[in-house]
Design a protein around this ligand. Structure first.
Ligand code: ADP
Length: 406
């Protein structure tokens, strides 16, 4: 777990590069202290009409740029824009390190790692395991190595937190040779889960060693069964498609459906992949939007109502599955956009989890209070709202890796 004592002072850059956006944060580090976020921004809409925005830590807009209509912005240009803004606003201060979110660390990486040529080659070899994400994560690493060869760069993996799961949990019921070729459950959202695990003892002392399910409900969504700061199981598996229904992703699907789409409905593999990643989930079911706020505003429309019901039903079912792994449940934690703000979704999920002993406190839920169930959390199962902080986790990891490798 991170949080070692360090004597560093300076700035850390955190990058989270996806297929259509690059998010970045700048953290200030004082000797012995936790990194404090100064700025956070992003270029969104890469590949189309892109927009650059930056906010200070108190939410004030401090930078903005929109490219002219018809101009298509690629990742390289987006990175340039971020670089230009940083150069103009950091008064020549250099970074101690840059910490990158990388989706896949494979079987080997159970912890963040300082990037060198050998590590980069290893991570590139993992691209076939996450072809839609890994190449986008690695491109800025390569670009920054070319620009600033002496800047320490650190890779933090979404899979790492789940590496300690038992073999029984990790393996599919597939022929052994396929498992040995790397086709197994990896799990994702690990930086979010690791952050939540790190703050659970402060949320309530009972939670430190309790049987906990964390529901990370953002655009992507998954559950993690954890105890004592360790991941025991997760709903995401080989890819970020498995498990819960999401904004645009289908979640768990009978593999026979894929054969049907390919053979009988004559879709190409690329069309099926696009459908399962981008046209399914809340968007596909509702025909309206992938955005939970937009759907809740139209929840009286039958198709939207049904999409919301299916979304919640799948969460409740999978909570049952995670509770089985844990042998019961002491606490359920809601986090990420929908988990932190989706009052109705939380209420509906808790309604479906009464059999686990969770009793919704409607007032506390409406106020997004920390604990949103009735009863004494030291005595009865409880549910909580805990904001996640993946960027903060990336910054803490960078400091730890610097301390380890100094
Ligand atoms: P990402 O996975 O892209 O980081 P977020 O964690 O930001 O996504 O979650 C985005 C989701 O959170 C969207 O579906 C959005 O509608 C939902 N969300 C954000 N604020 C609210 C709110 N006040 N009520 C309900 N849902 C919300």
């Amino acid at each position: 777990m991170s949080g070692s004592i360090h004597a560093r002072q300076g700035l850390l850059l955190v990058l989270n590069a996806g297929s259509s956006s690059i998010k970045f944060s700048v953290f200030e580090v004082e000797p012995g202290g936790a990194p404090q976020e100064r700025f956070g921004g992003q270029v969104e809409g890469i590949g189309g009409a892109a927009r650059f925005t930056v906010k200070s830590s108190d939410g004030e807009p401090v930078g903005e740029h929109a490219w002219p209509e018809g101009v298509t912005v690629d990742h390289e240009q987006a990175l340039h824009q971020i670089d230009d803004w940083l150069n103009a606003h950091l008064q020549g201060r250099a970074f101690l390190a840059c910490s990158h979110r990388v989706v896949h660390g494979g079987l080997k990486h159970a912890a963040p790692v300082l990037i060198d040529d050998a590590v980069l080659t290893e991570l590139e070899a993992l691209c076939p395991l996450a072809p839609l994400h890994q190449p986008h994560n690695l491109a800025p690493i390569r670009a920054m190595r070319a620009r600033l060869p002496n800047l320490p760069q650190i890779a933090c993996f979404d899979t790492a937190f789940h590496r300690g799961q038992s073999e029984v949990v990790q393996q599919f019921a597939l022929p052994r040779a396929i498992t040995e070729a790397g086709v197994r459950r990896y799990g994702f959202h690990g930086l979010s889960y690791e952050y939540i695990a790190s703050v659970l003892p402060q949320v309530h002392p009972r939670l430190a060693n309790a049987r906990v399910i964390v529901a990370h409900l953002g655009n992507g969504a998954s559950l993690c069964a954890m105890q004592g700061g360790r991941s025991l199981a997760s709903t995401m598996g080989f890819s970020a498609l498995d498990g819960l229904a999401m904004g645009t992703r289908c979640g768990a699907l009978d593999p026979g459906v894929v054969f049907h789409l390919l053979r009988e409905m004559r879709l190409s593999p690329e069309q099926v992949e696009h459908m399962l990643y981008h046209d399914s989930g809340l968007l596909g079911m509702s025909g309206v939007s992938n955005d939970m706020r937009a759907l809740r505003a139209r929840a009286t429309e039958p198709q939207v109502r049904q999409a919301l019901d299916i979304y919640v039903h799948r969460i409740v079912r999978e909570i049952g599955s995670m509770a089985a792994v844990l042998g019961g449940l002491d606490a359920l934690i809601f986090t990420a956009g929908i988990g932190e703000h989706g009052v109705d979704t939380r209420a509906e999920v808790l309604q479906g989890c009464r059999w686990l002993g969770l009793e919704l406190d409607a007032e506390r839920n409406a106020a997004s209070a920390a604990c949103i169930t009735r009863g004494d959390p030291a005595e009865t199962p409880s549910a909580w709202v805990v904001p996640t902080d993946e960027e903060g986790m990336l910054a803490r990891h960078a400091l730890d890796v610097l301390a380890r490798t100094a």
